[in-house]
Design a binder for this molecule. Structure first.
Ligand SMILES: Nc1ncnc2c1ncn2[C@@H]1O[C@H](COP(=O)(O)OP(=O)(O)OP(=O)(O)O)[C@@H](O)[C@H]1O
Ligand SMILES: [Mg+2]
Length: 239
C-alpha cells in the first residue's frame, strides 16, 4: 500500500529524513515514535507532497507519488490531520468536515455518505456539527481534525501526534474511534506519530522508531531476564 523506498529529504540544506525504508500494509495501524525534532512531521509532510525528497521514492499502491502534485494527493484517498490541526475557525465543524470532499469534487450524496460513516466512527462529532470551529477546545479540535481526515481518507489516514495534550477520557475516545475505524474499514492504513510512545497504549499493530531522521532497525522483544543475573556479578572490583 505505502512503500518508502530509501527516502531522504533536506530542509534548508540540513538532512532531516535519511534513507527511510518501510512497507506499510493495508489494514494496519502503524506508529512512528521519536523525540522532538526526529522527523515525524516531515515524514508525513513528505507523503502529502509538502516536503520535496532529495532522493528515493514514496510508492502508493505502486504509483510513485512524485507524479501526483501535492494538491491532488487527497484525491487518492489520503486524509491528513496535521499536528497543528488547522481548521477554518469561521466555519462550523460540519462545514470543515465537508470541505475536503467538496474541494475534491465529490457529489453531495457521496459527501453525505462519508459524513455518516465518519459520525458512526466518531460519534462525539454529532453534538459538535453546528458549532463554530473557533469555539472548540484543543481536545475537541483534535477530534474534529480526526473526523476531517476520515472524510477524505479512504485508503490512508495520517495523524500527527493526535494524543498529545488530550485528557485521558478524550484519549480513550480517540483510541476507541481508531479501533472502530479499523473494524469498519479493514483495508485502511493508519499512520500515527507520537513523541511519547506510552500515549499510544495498545493502539498500534506495529511501531517504528525514528531518530534524527532515520528509522531504527525493528527489534524483536527484549528477553525479560538479563543475560547475567545481578546476584552473580562479582563485587571484587569494588572491594
Ligand atoms: N520549516 C523548518 N525550517 C527549518 N528546520 C525545520 C523546519 N521544519 C522542520 N525543521 C527541522 O527538521 C527536523 C525535523 O522536524 P520535524 O518537525 O519533522 O520533527 P518532529 O519529529 O515532528 O518533532 P516534534 O515532536 O517536535 O513535532 C528538526 O530538526 C527541525 O528543526
Ligand atoms: Mg512534529
Amino acid at each position: 500500500m505505502l512503500h518508502f523506498d530509501t527516502i531522504s529529504a533536506d530542509i534548508v540544506k540540513v538532512p532531516v529524513l535519511r534513507n527511510i525504508q518501510a512497507e506499510l500494509p493495508p489494514g494496519s495501524i502503524i506508529a512512528v515514535v521519536g523525540c522532538n525534532g526526529a522527523g515525524k512531521t516531515t515524514l508525513l509532510r513528505a507523503i502529502m507532497g509538502f516536503v520535496k525528497l532529495r532522493s528515493g521514492r514514496i510508492l502508493f499502491d505502486g504509483t510513485d507519488l512524485a507524479s501526483v502534485p501535492a494538491h491532488n494527493r487527497t484525491r487518492l484517498g489520503i486524509g491528513y490531520a496535521p499536528q497543528e490541526r488547522v481548521m477554518f475557525p469561521s466555519l462550523t465543524v460540519e462545514e470543515n468536515l465537508r470541505l475536503p470532499c467538496q474541494v475534491s469534487g465529490f457529489k453531495k450524496a457521496a459527501v453525505d455518505e462519508r459524513l455518516s460513516m465518519t459520525l458512526e466512527v466518531v460519534p462525539q462529532l454529532k453534538d459538535m456539527l453546528a458549532r463554530s470551529c473557533a469555539a472548540l477546545s484543543g481536545g475537541q479540535g483534535k477530534i474534529a481534525a480526526l473526523g476531517r481526515a476520515l472524510m477524505i481518507g479512504t485508503r490512508l489516514v495520517l495523524l500527527d501526534e493526535p494524543f498529545q495534550g488530550l485528557a485521558p477520557a478524550l484519549a480513550n475516545q480517540y483510541s476507541e474511534a481508531l479501533k472502530r475505524l479499523q473494524q469498519t474499514q479493514p483495508q485502511l492504513c493508519i499512520l500515527v506519530t507520537e513523541s511519547n510512545a506510552s500515549l499510544l497504549k495498545d493502539v498500534p499493530d506495529r511501531t517504528l522508531h525514528i531518530e534524527r531522521g532515520a528509522l531504527l532497525p525493528e527489534q524483536p522483544k527484549a528477553p525479560s531476564r538479563p543475560d547475567q543475573p545481578f546476584s552473580s556479578l562479582s563485587l571484587e572490583a569494588y572491594s
